[in-house]
Design a protein around this ligand. Sequence first.
Ligand code: MRU
Length: 345
Amino acid sequence: MVQMRLKAVEWLDDRLRILDQSKLPHEESFIDLVDYQDVALAIKEMKVRGAPAIGIAAAYGIALGAQSIKGENKDEFLSQLDELMQTFVSTRPTAVNLFRAISRMRKAATGGNVPEMKTALASEAKEIHEEEIEATRRLSQLGAELIKDGFTILTHCNTGALATGGYGTALGIVKAAKEQGKRISVFADETRPLLQGARLTAWELEQEGIPVTLITDSMAGYFMNQGKIDCAIVGADRIAANGDVANKIGTYTLAVLAKENSIPFYVAAPISTVDLTLPSGAEIPIEERDPKEVTHIQGIRIAPEGTNAANPAFDVTPHNYISAIITEKGMIREPYLDGLAKIAT
Ligand code: MRU
């Protein structure tokens, strides 16, 4: 088993250490966060990113915030706790892992006195983190069964240790397949506008010794049509009850191209990404980010001054384009409504 060298998120009891993903691959720099507001900002500014990692960071951020609340009055403590949780609610709207983590943290602060609640909150955050590590390890093992020796896998965005605080989802499957001794290689979409594929996936795969070919997003169809891709695997930020999947912008395009070219299209995600309260993808909130991320690349303007730009950070892939959803509790195929309800309740 390959050791997790990468620690995207590390709890140090009185602070949270994160690897600043906005600086990768040029700089491997860690930031120690002691104030919960800085944790919320790090999520918003995508210094820590990826659905499971956002949930984990928010949980630790809430634990940190709770530690800083003064006084022993329980009602006062809970009211301040609710307030600071709101800061996390308004960071990023699409990944449901964030909201699931916040709600678990709120439930953890019920019994006992204030110091006991603070301890319970720190334990709950650690538990959320450990559960995500275990879930991603398990789903990676299960998903690796789909990968045959010699496969070339197309992936989008970044779904490895950086995005999960654990082993990875789509990239976890790639890593597990390699550990099983299969010779595999990856085509990684660069993933505009923020280049998670070029900056993070290429970097992670290089560390793992897995051959990677970086392509621009618009090249995916060409390589599929040339017969160069055996399957596509992506992660997810929220999966609705009917199996529709929100993931990084561009995922829907890939899924349509995969179907057109008869290439299996897999989604890998822990159950913490499933949201059974939403009947379909149409109800998933899609984050709109600063248009500057489109008119500029890494701070450098590439469009004329004043150009109008749109920047939805995610899109929704309808379930009929998805060959299987791989979770830690098994692989779900159509009909997703039944399969997801069975494993996620
Ligand atoms: O905007 P990001 O970088 O947080 O988006 C990340 C993704 O879309 C990932 O594919 C998703 O969170 C799954 S990560 C295991």
